[in-house]
Ligand binder design. Structure first.
Ligand code: BTN
Length: 231
């Protein structure tokens, strides 16, 4: 525990991310809410734990104290679909392992290690990122089985992970759409999936970043929202 009451080394993070305002809390409901006030581009809001962490599709993001990296970052960018892909690529690069599941989950060995939520807020996007760092166990009944970096043999502190990830987010969200699409495309091909009513093989991304799935009769479908699962 440090003088500021956190077990997170905020001073070292601030020193290493000079272009960002970093606010860190012991506990919040959700960093997605906390980041709205004040809504300042490049601001990062994190917490040791969240009492009401939110995931995609109204799900809960389990956020035990000090075991994961939970933060939101305000981006002065749009539109959300392409940014979502860029965020996934940044997380994959910072962790250096795993596969992306469209649109932006990071899975290692088929288990979810990180999740991303991007919400438009006026002319900004609030990017919420949750990474399982040192958890050894997870709640029952998760939509996708979970893992953590520690369980996968990746030892990195939350501070070092954040400092490695933030510049990558800055870089990826500033890249042109065709670069983002090209980098993501390998993760969006050749897998048998179910997406709602459609079951088939992933066939890459369309120019807007939506997923193409070719069903068993050869018809191509464009999937607009997540919920894609391997079958
Ligand atoms: C998902 O995969 O469903 C997205 C999960 C996003 C979780 C992060 S943790 C930090 C930020 N605050 C939240 O309440 N949610 C996001």
């Amino acid at each position: 525990m440090r003088a500021n009451g956190l077990s997170f080394d905020l001073d070292s993070v601030r020193a290493r991310l000079p272009g960002h305002r970093v606010d860190w809390f012991e506990s919040v409901g959700s960093t997605m809410i906390e980041a709205r006030q004040p809504l300042v581009a490049r601001r990062i809001v994190g917490a040791e734990y969240q009492t009401a962490g939110v995931g995609r599709h109204g799900r809960t993001w389990h956020s035990p104290a000090g075991e994961g990296l939970y933060f939101s970052m305000v981006l002065a960018v749009a539109p959300v679909p392409m940014i979502t892909l860029a965020l996934g690529l940044a997380v994959r690069e910072a962790i250096g392992a795993g596969d992306l599941r469209w649109p932006n989950d990071l899975l290692i060995g088929g288990r979810k290690c990180a999740g991303i939520l991007a919400q438009a807020e006026g002319s900004n996007v609030i990017a919420g990122i949750g990474i399982n760092v040192s958890q050894r166990e997870f709640p029952e009944g998760l939509d996708t089985p979970a893992t953590s970096l520690a369980l996968e043999g990746i030892e990195i502190s939350r501070e070092d992970l954040l400092v490695s990830l933030v510049p990558r987010i800055d870089e990826w969200v500033a890249r042109p759409a065709d670069t983002i699409l090209k980098a993501f495309d390998p993760y969006a091909r050749g897998q048998r999936v179910r997406a709602g009513e459609v079951t088939g093989i992933t066939a890459g991304l369309d120019p807007n970043g939506f997923l193409r799935v070719r069903d068993d009769s050869g018809v191509e479908h464009t999937i607009l929202a997540g919920g894609v699962r391997a079958v």
